[in-house]
Design a protein around this ligand. Structure first.
Ligand code: ARG
Length: 282
């Protein structure tokens, strides 16, 4: 009697999980670019916890809109989907400008943000960060026919484009006499470079590399990387429970190979051993 009741309860739970099915719906909060393809519905009855995830979805290959499907895709998008699956969360991506993300976290109007966000001491005063999940750094890009700028050391007095409120913007501002233009998106900075309005773009290396690989052969990367940065998922300070669940999911995805699978899909190689997590210091 008791046993059959137990079995029924288990069967119901399994059924519920199956119905809950696949994770996130995607909704833009900007009215201008409704593609109409991403507003999921009919999943409200699952009783799953729903989390709101902020992202500046214009930073390929980490987060961008697939031109054909209109879906948000990229390394970060796959990672957050996997994290949501581990935690049995429903999630929704809130697309916003990069400089709006930290304020949105501070007011806790979103539950977290994934947006190739570098973990910095300054930001740590405002938000909490998950375990590091990607290693990056700043690089310089110029027009392919530019033979005078060979790296950061040649940027003094030059016109430099950056994305607003990024670590690239901070790094560019350390260059003596440089004239910095802040663009809302990195693509606007790249366009300005191609048009000859600026001399160089300072930006995260994997993103600039991807841009060039997408057929922008009139742009090249010069010199080495200036910084070593780690991306983390940012969480409001007022939501320690979310942070804990993000971190434990990252550990699970490392252990079960899913993190490595996503990394290989987007970067074509195995991730460094320590990711997600701290690099061993010595
Ligand atoms: N990693 C850099 C930073 O944290 C740039 C991130 C820009 N991300 C984006 N989705 N636009 O400042």
């Amino acid at each position: 009697m008791l046993r059959s009741l137990k079995i029924i309860v288990i069967m119901l739970a399994v059924l519920l999980l199956a119905v809950a099915g696949c994770g996130g719906q995607q909704v833009r909060d900007t009215s201008s670019k409704q593609n109409g393809s991403q507003v999921g519905s009919g999943q409200q009855t699952t009783g799953k916890q729903k989390v709101l995830v902020a992202s500046d979805v214009a930073y390929a290959p980490f987060e961008f809109q697939d031109p054909n499907s209109g879906q948000y895709v990229g390394f970060d998008m796959d990672l957050i989907k996997a994290i949501a699956e581990v935690n049995n969360w429903d999630y929704e991506i809130r697309s916003m400008n990069f400089d709006g993300i930290v304020p949105a976290l501070q007011s806790a109007s979103v539950d977290m943000a994934i947006s190739a966000i570098t973990i910095t001491d300054k930001r740590k005063e405002q938000v909490n960060f998950s375990l590091p999940y990607y290693q990056s750094g700043q690089c310089v890009a110029v027009k392919a026919d530019n033979n005078t700028i060979k790296g950061f050391e040649d940027l003094s007095g030059k016109k430099i484009g950056v994305q607003i409120a990024t670590t690239g913007a901070d790094e560019a501002r350390k260059i003596p006499g440089a004239k910095i233009t802040d663009y809302n998106t990195i693509n606007e900075a790249f366009m300005a470079l191609k048009n000859g309005n600026i001399d160089a773009v300072v930006n995260d290396y994997p993103v600039t590399l991807y841009f060039i690989q997408q057929g922008n052969k009139d742009v090249k990367i010069v010199g080495g990387l200036r910084t070593s940065e780690f991306y983390g998922i940012a969480v409001p300070k007022s939501k320690p429970d979310i942070l804990e669940k993000v971190n434990s999911a990252l550990k699970t995805l490392k252990e079960n190979g899913k993190y490595a699978e996503i990394y290989k899909k987007w970067f074509g190689k195995e991730p460094p051993d320590f990711l997600p997590g701290e690099p061993s210091s010595n």
